[in-house]
Design a protein around this ligand. Structure first.
Ligand code: BTN
Length: 331
């Protein structure tokens, strides 16, 4: 049997055991339902155990799943995935330079809408505006989603706000009080917990692909961040005092992202804008916007119909398309 066939069979057995929860499932039921011999079932269970799955076996009662390894591979994520298309093809790596770079290569080679690159670690994780993204192994979530939206390139930035919305909602479901700082930083208590890096290839009237790169600090401890970030960054573990199950979070995030992408496609940017505004920690605040060559200070008044931030300054209203927002006064 090839490696891929083995993985497929192990995945089927795992889904079966996961669905049964705390209950035992007899080897006979598994072999009947999946069409394997009893010996093959036993061999696959052994294969799963060798990969860190804890599976109880009782001659009278069968098999029961009692523990899964903290990994983000297809075996861990796929059984939890309830999406139609996002993540149905998962490209998993122990380490890559950047999941965005890998996703861009795949997109150029013809990857379809919804393919996801996910890694345990990044050697050269990238943030916005040329910054690096701290990517320690096995602690956080680093993934990139390939999208093929039917949008003119001018509307592609809307997808970054869709991504921020999905990340914010997934974090709230995971029990942290997340909010969005324009355009797409996700903060908890003023500290950054997640970021999004969007890259695309387009012609003047057509988007070939968009790569939505998402980094979420899930189980990083303070000492996992570089010293200069320790006061500015946080994670679910730091906020809640207990680790987040990473595979479960990844599956929930992809489902939430698929939901908001559907809303965007069917109802347009207005619906996204409303949802984004209600989760914003920027609107109504006194801010400094760093725009490369100059800074502007003012009050962040509104997200406009194209996703730009409107800032009221001493001299009038400025429309900001790109930049870094610093929240000046704590609320
Ligand atoms: C930012 O806030 O500056 C954006 C951070 C984006 C980080 C993610 S991690 C997965 C993907 N791969 C990368 O190299 N970057 C994005």
């Amino acid at each position: 049997m090839s490696d891929a066939e083995n993985t497929g069979s192990e995945e089927m057995i795992l889904s079966f055991l996961a669905e049964a929860g705390d209950e035992f499932v007899s080897g006979e039921v598994i072999s009947d339902k999946l069409g394997f011999t009893r010996t093959a079932v036993w061999k696959h269970v052994e294969g799963l155990r060798a990969q860190g799955y804890r599976i109880d076996a009782s001659p009278a009662r069968g098999y029961r799943l009692v523990g899964v390894p903290d990994r983000l591979g297809p075996l861990e994520v796929r059984p939890l995935l309830a999406t139609e298309d996002l993540g149905q093809t998962l490209h998993y790596f122990e380490a890559v330079d950047s999941t965005n770079d890998r996703a861009k290569e795949l997109a150029e080679d013809g990857a379809v809408h919804g393919e996801v690159v996910i890694a345990e670690a990044q050697r050269a994780g990238r943030g916005r505006r040329g910054r690096t993204w701290s990517s320690p192994s096995g602690r956080n979530l680093y993934l990139s989603v390939i999208l093929r939206p039917d949008l003119p390139p001018t509307r592609a930035p809307e997808l970054t706000l869709v991504g921020a919305l999905a990340v914010c909602d997934a974090l709230r479901k995971a029990g942290v009080d997340a909010g969005i700082k324009w355009p797409n930083d996700v903060l908890v208590g003023g500290k950054k917990i997640a970021g999004i890096l969007t890259e695309l290839s387009a012609e003047p009237d057509h988007v070939h692909w968009v790569v939505l790169g998402i980094g979420v600090n899930l189980n990083a401890r303070t000492e996992d961040f570089p010293a200069e970030l320790r006061d500015e960054a946080t994670s679910v573990l730091i906020e809640r005092g207990q680790p987040a199950p990473r595979a479960l979070f990844a599956a929930a995030l992809l489902l939430t992202l698929e939901h908001w992408l559907t809303v965007h496609r069917e109802q347009g940017f207005d619906a996204i804008r409303e949802a984004w505004r209600s989760r914003s920690v920027t609107l109504g605040r006194t801010v400094r916007v760093r725009m490369g060559d100059r800074d502007i200070d003012g009050v962040a008044e509104e997200l406009d119909l194209s996703g730009a931030l409107l800032v009221r300054t001493a001299t009038g209203v400025e429309r900001v398309m790109t930049g870094d927002v610093v929240l000046l006064r704590p609320r």
